[in-house]
Write a protein that binds this ligand. Structure first.
Ligand SMILES: *Cc1c(COP(=O)(O)O)cnc(C)c1O
Length: 207
């Protein structure tokens, strides 16, 4: 269990203690998650709606659940009201469904705009050129609260230029006082040095 070490490393790198850690538990059992919970962690991330709901129903209620993976519109209904933050808002179509289901349940759903930050053959994420217009459009949705942006660096490449570009887009956006979610097991140190405010770490916590 590397949890304590990783918490310390994040603190060292961030200095001001302003980087939140999401423990990505998508490949891990209830028992393994409980071990990390018992060390004080309260924010956990899942990729699949079904897994998030199952784990949320089983584990303590003070856990904040984050949805990281691509969200299909037909799964929105199930996850609204259970999720603390959706990291993968990437289309107006999806925003419309989140708005509709949130309104029905009388809740406001927190979302991050996923940016197509790898700029390669990424299927998901709003292109940089469309980010401002996307934020403006979704800001009019009363039951969605835009909290910031999320992005990734491509595998097997130096992540720093990608993180710098994300940070710049974040700072130039209307969401600049919010959350910048970037950094995973392989690249969280670079992400923090580039100004991440939220890292999503799975693999190295549990190994
Ligand atoms: C799986 C996943 C993570 C965590 O990846 P690790 O390599 O296990 O740290 C972070 N963000 C997203 C979007 C993921 O799908």
């Amino acid at each position: 269990m590397q949890y304590i070490k990783i918490k310390e490393r994040i603190k060292e790198l961030s200095k001001t203690d302003n980087v939140d850690l999401i423990c990505v538990s998508k490949y891990h059992t209830i028992e393994e998650i409980k071990e990390v919970y018992d060390l004080g962690q309260r924010d956990f991330g899942e990729n699949k709606v079904q897994d998030l709901i199952l784990k949320a129903d089983t584990l303590p209620k003070d856990i904040k659940w984050h949805l990281l993976g691509h969200l299909q519109t037909n799964k929105v209904k199930a996850v609204v009201g259970k999720v603390h933050l959706i990291h993968s808002l990437d289309s107006i179509h999806l925003a419309e469904e989140i708005q509709k289901q949130s309104e029905k349940q009388g809740v406001v759903t927190n979302c991050l705009v996923q940016v197509n930050s790898t700029m390669i053959a990424d299927r998901f994420g709003v292109p940089y050129e469309e980010l401002d217009a996307f934020i403006d459009e979704v800001s009019a949705f009363k039951n969605i609260k835009l909290m910031g942006i999320m992005g990734m660096a491509p595998k097997d490449q130096d992540p720093i230029p990608y993180f710098q570009k994300l940070r710049q887009a974040f700072e130039n956006s209307k969401l600049k006082d919010g959350i910048l979610s970037m950094g995973m097991s392989a690249d969280f140190e670079q992400a923090i040095l580039c100004g991440s405010t939220m890292v999503r770490i799975g693999r190295i916590i549990f190994e």
